[in-house]
Write a protein that binds this ligand. Sequence first.
Ligand SMILES: [Zn+2]
Length: 264
Amino acid sequence: MTEKTMGRRRRYRQRHKRNMTAALVTVAFILAAVMLIAIVACLDYVNRIMPEEMLRGPEPMEVGRDRAPVNTAPQEPYEDGTEWNLRLVNRWNPVPEGYTIRLKELAGGEKVDERVYAPLTEMLEAAREGNLDELPRVISGYRTQEVQQGLYDDEVNKYKSQGYSEEEARAEAGRWVALPGTSEHQLGLAVDLEGATYDVFLWLQENSYKYGFIFRYPGSKTDITGTVEEVWHYRYVGVQAATEMYEQGLCLEEYVELKAGAEA
Ligand SMILES: [Zn+2]
């Protein structure tokens, strides 16, 4: 083999190598382009076939009282002009017909009006300091008319089985369980709490107003609230109202009356 021939072969190999590299780069480029197009097409397809709700995530649940037609929430003052956070519900003031709520589920499964979810969560977190560093539990939040009816019926039956007449049993049961339609739990604004220690209730009595919640049924106000003392029951009214009620020692009935007097 001559020097000349060997040089030709080397140049040929170098040229061949350059051609191969160029071809590989082109193929890789084409593959990348094809994959990009496929991904874009796929995303577009998903967008078109998936219901919008699935892409947005679940909507807050809407619940109509007593199977009333579901309505989107009264986020503004209810139609009678009452501010939602100051709505008074007790044995003399039932939950308005057709009242609707947007609920949000708490850890543990109970639900509350979505507007009180954040302040409640914040309060429970802070209450750790009065509860051996444990998070207090919400044992009862929103209740439907049916659930409240069931609780009331059970209580009436308990007294009847002890020999009370129907009338006596109803009167006695009414002292402990709100008549269906007159429980704040049906508003989704009240919760019953359970702590690791009784001290948590003392902590709540001194601090809940900072989060907009009130100790709703103190024993000293039973004549006005119509409900015997319930240390576990807390009701949202908003920080301003709760602070005023805390500082002036007023229950919700007294506060609402005071406000109505001031406006008149
Ligand atoms: Zn309660």
